[in-house]
Ligand binder design. Sequence first.
Ligand code: CA
Length: 225
Amino acid sequence: MRILVIEDEPKIAQAVKKGLELKGYAVDAVYDSDSGLSYASDPDYDLIVLDRMLPGKIDGTELCKKLREDKINTPIIMLTARGTIGDRVEGLNSGADDYLVKPFSFDELTARVQALLRRPPVNVGTELLLDDLSLNPQTYQVKRGNKPIKLSHKEFALLEYMLHHQNQIITKEMLVNHIWDEDSDVLPNTIEVYIGYLRNKIDRPFPKKKPLIHTLRGFGYKLSL
Ligand code: CA
């Protein structure tokens, strides 16, 4: 999952970026509303963390309104120093999905990010499931049957994205755009390499079970039974 952080205080922006990266997300940070608006218009972001008071032609509230007018429906968590009811209502009315008052705890931000990224159809409780493969975005536990599987951050992010899009064709471009941030060097075979790592962990150790990762030559991949 790929997240955009729009926040003019570099310390907060970098802390949020680093923290979310440690949780396995790909994160880009921008520092004013003008670049924020142009980045946020990219539909490949799965979530936006948006500061309300921003330098630039417009502030966070107006940026949010503009995105919704332009039919960009990426979930938005708005950050603000102000916490009166009137401000919260204004933030939510502008089209934000959630609201967090500074100073906030990183755990609370993470919990809200995870809640907004949850998709109901493939969700049972908090776990993402396919056959006997399960992934818990909150505890980072991955299991096939009863066997725990250890994944790196990138492998976890890749599998989480694929579970959200199970039974669909997933192109390499989708994976590059949702799992890696803009500063990453993604080579043409990077995706193949990571898919290989995942196969070695979720399919190869279980020769008696049906493989779940399928390569569709010329199209990409599919996670399905
Ligand atoms: Ca600010």
